[in-house]
Design a protein around this ligand. Sequence first.
Ligand code: X6L
Ligand code: MG
Ligand code: MG
Length: 165
Amino acid sequence: MTESIEAYLSLGSNLGDRRHNLEEALRIIGETDGVSIERLSPLYETGAVGGVEQDDFYNIVARITTSLSPRELLHLAQRVEERLHRVRVERWGPRTVDVDILLYGEASIAETDLVIPHPEMENRAFVLAPLGDIAPQLMLPSGRTVSERLAGIEGQAVKIIGSLD
Ligand code: X6L
Ligand code: MG
Ligand code: MG
């Protein structure tokens, strides 16, 4: 009952062993004091959007409960990216793992390095499709549910390829 804030994380990988990278990232997150993974979406393979032409991603969304503050959660995401040897070559380039905070309870945060809800989450099928599998009726900042937003997105290839449970 101490880990009482519900939050959603988006994880993606398109470099190296994509499944292994997501598994390792989730293992580290799940082993962290003050974080408990409550639910995992199916595992998706998704066409890359934004940035240079690059390989397809594996994406997944996790619902967690946590006693960490938003900034502590950001630091955890950054530690996970470092542990998975993420190297920043160019903006929106290929990465071993990317861990983004989508939502943190009802929090609305706009700091230079920490914006919650994630400002682009409503436009990205690689976020909305897995999020919709575990929280279809979740209300987004636009006032639409996840499934309503997903229905309005076209041309972004996403497909379920398995699970990491
Ligand atoms: C216009 C302008 C339309 C920019 C789209 C969308 C830019 C997404 C960046 C955009 C635009 C992004 C992942 C990814 C990235 C991922 C898949 C980004 C930043 N991360 N594609 N692209 N999965 N499928 O996790 O999301 S880089
Ligand atoms: Mg991202
Ligand atoms: Mg990120």
